[in-house]
Write a protein that binds this ligand. Structure first.
Ligand code: ZN
Length: 497
């Protein structure tokens, strides 16, 4: 506790030395959505890696989060909505909702104050970070207010018509244009990422991929390097190269914190029979263009893209209808109506959204909105909108993801009466893979014994307010299966003043 108080006190008075030069904030201003944040000194620029470090308290304040400390483990937590950051001081990687931040550095103890990289911490909370060298300004932009979509549950599936919207190549416009539209109409989608292309111009960033995943969207692999250039297609790779493509992209996505990477989207849709066992070793489904394994062919009526459910569904080679420039929303709506009428599954392949009329694969965002508005207007009993991974699971009768194990823990094991403690939980399936909060794990928090109150229980986190001293036991169970639970034990010390 002493450590916490020292941090809090020193944090407020923090003036940082950098080599021989001492400059308060070094003339740096932090703007949040254009408004200057706090007047107190807050940080240090590390010249070696050009990183701005700020105190944990300052970071939490400008990012609208709440700070919790664990003095035993020298770890700070910042909680904001459904996101929880764990920031170890000195060593250990920072984590966001239990997943390591690949590029994050541990918080540093700078003159007695725990300081974190403002860039990685703000991006982990969905902010956009920009450094303006000339003005010596950091400009942070808030993430969109709406935080996610709801996916249909298995109980909603009656073999009615289904539609899936599958975005290829991880284009920036998927984040900037498609994402807000899908939030607006509460429609799920699958984003198929070329992992080697992230953080390059015109493509989504890793932080954006994680944000999409946390908002409930499916993230699938579209290979690591998209081999369909210079006459060398995916089918022209050696088995070793193909295996590297499919595995590297999956491992990267998982290491960035995407909980379930179950789909592989064949780059260029040029597939070969011999690749099927290689891909299906690592994925639940494979998506192509028109279901042809060895050829691409021009977009046609789309008739062949209406999929029948089991036993005809071949999840190792799911065809999709490619929506291209020149088609109107009405053209696609006709196919959707057909899927609903015939009780079949239609998968739409989308590429970039934009107003470039010369690019074959670019589609007009206003047509996209028209299409999504129409899809959202259809009753669920006639048309279910699912990410591909859910469509495959539903068709196979696998139901929702099943949570077998829950891990629940508190930001600290000891607190004083009146303190607020952060609680976190995650669910895992029988093979130890995390179950997404949006489908399959529905955490419910209860105080089993002791004097404490739970507030602000949302998704996998809750806040506990300790009452009197003694032991408190809190349980996190799965609402759909109360037999699955995990308990957290806390010692509450009294206050004597
Ligand atoms: Zn592609």
């Amino acid at each position: 506790m002493k450590w916490i108080k020292a941090i809090a006190t020193i944090g407020l008075l923090l003036v940082i030395l950098l080599g021989a030069k001492t400059v308060e904030n070094q003339g740096i201003t932090v703007l949040v959505d254009g408004v200057e944040a706090g007047g107190q000194p807050f940080g240090i620029v590390d010249v070696s890696d050009r990183q701005l470090y700020v105190t944990v308290d300052f970071a939490a304040e400008v990012l609208g989060g709440e700070v919790f400390w664990n003095s035993d483990h020298k770890t700070a937590y910042i909680k904001k909505g459904r996101t929880c950051l764990m920031l170890p001081v000195g060593e250990g990687k920072p984590q966001v909702n239990g997943q390591e931040l690949e590029r994050g550095e541990p918080a540093r103890d700078i003159r007695g104050a725990a300081c974190v990289q403002l860039k990685s911490v703000s991006e982990a909370l969905g902010y956009t970070f920009a450094w303006r060298e000339d003005d010596r300004e950091v400009a942070l932009s808030s993430p969109p207010a709406q935080s996610g979509i709801t996916r249909p549950r298995y109980a909603d599936f009656h073999r009615q018509g289904m539609v899936s919207i599958s975005y290829d190549d991880g284009c920036s416009s998927h984040y900037n244009l498609a994402y807000p539209l899908h939030l607006k109409y509460n429609l799920p989608a699958s984003f198929n990422i070329v992992t080697g292309w992230t953080d390059t111009p015109g493509r989504v960033t890793r932080a954006q991929v994680l944000e999409l995943s946390r908002a409930g969207f499916e993230i699938a692999s579209h290979s690591d390097t998209h081999p369909n250039r210079k006459g060398r297609f995916f089918k022209d790779l050696t088995p070793e190269e193909a295996n590297t493509e499919v595995l590297t992209s999956k491992n990267k996505l998982v290491s960035w914190g995407v909980p379930r990477v179950e789909g592989f989207v064949v780059p260029g849709s040029v597939y070969g029979d011999w690749l099927v066992p290689i891909v299906s070793q690592h994925y639940q489904y494979t998506r192509c263009l028109q279901g042809r394994k060895d050829a691409t062919r021009p977009v046609e009526s789309g008739r062949s893209c209406l999929l029948e459910y089991t036993p005809n569904l071949d999840r190792k080679n799911l065809p999709s209808f490619c929506v291209v420039n020149g088609q109107s929303a009405e053209d696609v709506i006709k196919l959707i109506d057909q899927a609903a009428a015939e009780k079949k599954w239609l998968i739409l392949m989308m590429h970039k959204l934009g107003n470039d009329k010369t690019d074959y694969y670019t589609w007009d965002p206003s047509q996209m909105e028209k299409l999504l508005r129409y899809i959202a207007s259809k009753p669920r009993s006639e048309l279910l909108v699912v990410p591909l991974q859910d469509g495959v699971r539903f068709d196979m009768g696998l139901g929702d993801y099943r949570c077998q194990n829950i891990t629940a823990f508190a930001s600290t094991s000891q607190a004083a009466a009146g303190d607020k403690v952060l609680l976190m939980a995650r669910g895992y399936d029988s093979s130890g893979v995390e179950v997404p909060m949006a489908s399959g794990f529905n955490p419910r928090w209860t105080v089993v014994s002791g004097d404490a109150e739970l507030v602000d229980c949302q998704d996998g986190t809750a806040l506990l307010t300790a009452g009197g001293k003694g032991l408190v036991m809190v349980r996190c169970s799965d609402a759909s299966d109360p037999e699955k639970y995990s308990d957290v034990l806390l010692t509450i010390k009294g206050r004597f003043w």
